[in-house]
Design a protein around this ligand. Structure first.
Ligand code: 3HC
Length: 301
């Protein structure tokens, strides 16, 4: 009886150790919010340069948070940053990260590498460990199709910039247990997010709705209906968005936009997601947005 009770279950609030696989923008943001919440975090990435960059950006962003929390108290600011930083370890070896209560994957948006990673994590991680993917559009069930612990697996989809955006989408895989779902929702709350739930459907809630909006903004610009600036000003001042759709595309990366639209088109066949020649051309030319110095707009490097 005792074995049954304790073997497969990660009870509520049990998430004390988190591993994030993938040290890019999303991975480092996820690691940051978990460390801020008092959890011990390991970031695993095959590339040590990426890990170094992740540590620097986390340090900077913790500074931003600390300045906000402890405006008039420099010593508290310093302590906050130091303590959160001390909770973060990095490694290039997956074996160093498997001993965790929750492992969140935030690697490249491709099905096969994700499947391989989850199969490996499933073999190496302890029984109770919950596995989750931060994919923005790939099917959660497909990603986890090769693992055994399907009851302890699902999607945890964060938004960029992770430390600022207040939402977390919790994606229910077909075989996810109620207990895993509850633990994921609790964990999301513990890292300061408001959680919403979505079935494993293309683009989940947010990208399914952002997709047509963003696609039509590109087409509008492509047709020359309005200037890029006016399209963005239109949605900021006319609809209250913090960024216009073209600014947002530059911010998230045109390659990511293209990829999300492709997946949505492939899965839904809805013509609103059809390829956009302008977007394809820009991605081919390496104009991916802020990260490359040029997208719809130009940026100082
Ligand atoms: N880490 C920590 N804090 C950050 C930060 C970061 N990376 N970036 C910004 N901040 C903080 C700033 O310190 C500032 O805090 P304060 O208001 O307390 O001083 C606050 O956020 C606002 O930042 P700024 O003043 O620099 O700039 P803005 O007011 O223009 O806000 C923004 C920047 C938060 C990015 C805002 O423009 C925004 O919300 N944009 C829309 C972002 C969005 O829609 N993201 C979702 C994209 S879709 C996605 O991610 C899904 C994926 O699957 C593709």
């Amino acid at each position: 009886v005792i074995c049954r009770k304790f073997s497969h279950s990660a009870s509520l609030n049990a998430i004390k150790k988190v591993t994030v696989v993938g040290g890019g923008l999303m991975g480092s943001g996820i690691a940051q919010v978990a460390a801020q919440a008092g959890q011990n975090v390991t970031i695993v990435d095959l590339n040590s340069d990426i890990l170094e960059k992740a540590q620097k950006s986390i340090q900077n962003n913790l500074g931003r948070v600390a300045r906000k929390l402890y405006k008039d108290d420099p010593s508290k600011m310093e302590e906050f940053v130091k303590e959160a930083n001390n909770r973060i370890k990095v490694s290039t070896k997956i074996e160093d990260g498997v001993d965790a209560d929750l492992i969140v994957e935030a690697i490249v948006e491709l099905l096969e590498p994700k499947q391989k990673l989850f199969n490996r994590l499933d073999e190496l991680a302890p029984q109770h460990t919950i596995l989750a993917s931060n994919t923005s559009s790939i099917s959660i069930n497909e990603i986890g199709s090769g693992i055994k612990r399907k009851d302890r697996f699902g999607g945890l989809h964060f938004f960029n910039p992770v430390p600022v955006m207040r939402l977390l989408e919790v994606i229910k895989s077909d075989e996810m247990s109620q207990e895993t779902y509850n633990t994921m929702m609790e964990w999301g709350k513990s890292v300061g997010k408001t959680c919403i739930t979505c079935k494993d459907t293309p683009g989940f809630v947010v990208n399914r709705l952002l997709g047509p909006y963003s696609a039509e903004a590109f087409r509008m610009f492509e047709r020359g209906d309005a200037s890029k600036e006016d399209i963005d000003i239109g949605m900021k001042l006319g609809a209250g968005y913090p960024m216009g759709p073209l600014e947002l595309a530059d911010y998230t990366g045109l390659d990511t936009n293209k990829f999300v639209l492709e997946v949505l088109y492939q899965k839904t066949k809805n013509p609103v997601f059809k390829p956009i020649p302008l977007l394809n051309k820009m991605v081919e030319e390496g104009k991916l947005g802020i990260k490359t110095g040029e997208g719809i707009y130009k940026y100082k490097k």
